[in-house]
Design a protein around this ligand. Structure first.
Ligand SMILES: C[S@@+](CC[C@H](N)C(=O)[O-])C[C@H]1O[C@@H](n2cnc3c(N)ncnc32)[C@H](O)[C@@H]1O
Length: 380
């Protein structure tokens, strides 16, 4: 870099201000100067490093010459150690083959200071050298808040809904603190489930006309993003269940870390244990719950027996998540619910909301439905 030659615009000191004004006025939005290199001060002159990567650089050069009557010289450039490329493409320019540039990810998940990227598009390319590591390093260079990059190497799988990750760059540390809707979440990206893409859902549900004093069950709480955001702004009592002990450990920390209006009781239990009649907690919750969050989209419908156990004859709101095939995924999700309600003596009073949260796979959507149901069981 030391011996790199770069075109510089050499201008008398007194005319430097005029030059800056001229480029601001006449080349709006164009990066005429590059901040990869430092401006050089000589006795009576200033040398501004020009951006010769501009597509119409030759035209720009002619225009500068014509209007400022200045000299453009090719001289040794001084690297600017503070320079940070603004895009991944810029950061990777000349580092990876041009024909692979199109595979650079356009987006990735950011959880706290950790980026989680999908790079399997490079798996079938013959000579990848250390391309994945270079991309990961470029992600850190371009995004000042990212300290670590992991690659997704499996789908989200199993009862605990976790995925395998491979460390690519930065500190090899899976614990982080994620900020969302005015709340903080400590979590481990490898050992607990967390999706920043449900941000809007959490905000929507926590603002959905929740009444003071409501009793709520978060059936699959994870580290608590729904429970915490609801309890942050509502005076309610939440019973949060998760089968993953590590998720419940973080939920407890998150309860302590966020100033909550409501009260959350975390339970490291399979939600099904509520159906055990010897369970005293279960007895206190039976047909006594105003609101139920069912954020386990793949299998939420198989827990309708628990919903039936918890829901009240006066009515209970459920926030249900499902994965349904395209097209007409919303209609299918509502139909699935109606069929399940029928088998558990639950009467659907109304659908308050239904939307596609995101495309889950090329053939499936993730759906959210808010429904108001009444328990019509005769045994209470
Ligand atoms: C899709 S994650 C959702 C977590 C959380 N609601 C969120 O938005 O981040 C589902 C969670 O359900 C938990 N889980 C799976 N089966 C369960 C069960 N039978 N009882 C309680 N928790 C369960 C998993 O450990 C996982 O943390």
């Amino acid at each position: 870099m030391e011996s790199h030659k770069q075109p510089h615009l050499k201008i008398e000191k007194e005319k430097a201000q005029k030059f800056i004004k001229y480029i601001k006025k006449n080349f709006k939005g164009l990066s005429i100067l590059t901040n990869k290199f430092k401006t050089i001060k000589q006795e009576d002159f200033i040398l501004f490093p020009l951006n010769n990567e501009l597509p119409d650089y030759e035209k720009v050069k002619d225009q500068l010459n014509a209007h400022l009557n200045c000299e453009i010289i090719n001289t040794k450039a001084i690297a600017n150690s503070d320079y940070k490329p603004r895009s991944l493409e810029k950061a990777l320019d000349k580092k990876i083959p041009q024909n692979l540039m199109k595979f650079i990810p356009k987006s990735f998940d950011i959880i706290g200071d950790i980026a989680i990227v999908e790079l399997n598009q490079f798996d079938n390319i013959e000579r990848t050298d250390n391309i994945k590591e270079l991309i990961a390093q470029a992600i850190i260079t371009v995004n000042k808040n990212i300290k670590t990059v992991y690659e997704k190497i499996s789908e989200i799988e199993g009862t605990l809904r976790l995925r395998d990750l491979e460390h690519l760059a930065g500190k090899n540390r899976t614990e982080t603190i994620h900020k969302e809707n005015n709340c903080k979440f400590k979590l481990d990206v490898k050992k607990t489930f967390f999706s920043p893409r449900l941000n809007y859902e959490r905000q929507r549900v926590s603002h959905s006309n929740i009444k003071t004093g409501e009793k709520i069950v978060d059936m699959f709480s994870g580290v608590g993003p729904f429970s915490i955001q609801i309890a942050k702004i509502n005076v309610v009592k939440i019973y949060a269940f998760d089968i993953n002990p590590i998720a419940i450990k973080y939920l407890q920390e998150n309860i302590n870390m966020n100033k909550l209006q409501g009260v959350i009781s975390p339970f490291n239990k399979n939600i099904r244990t509520l159906l055990n009649p010897t369970n005293s907690l279960a007895n206190s919750l039976k047909h006594n719950i105003d609101r139920i969050i069912m954020n386990l989209p793949k299998t939420s419908l198989s827990f309708m027996d628990v919903v039936s156990y918890l829901s009240k004859k006066e009515g209970t709101t459920i926030h249900n998540y499902q994965i349904c095939s395209k097209p007409e995924s919303i209609r299918k999700a509502i139909k699935n619910l109606e069929e399940k309600f029928g088998s558990f003596e639950l009467k659907l009073e109304g659908i308050k909301h239904a939307r596609i949260v995101k495309s889950y796979s090329p053939k499936e959507d993730m759906i959210s439905i808010d429904a108001f149901i009444k328990n019509t069981l005769s045994d209470y």
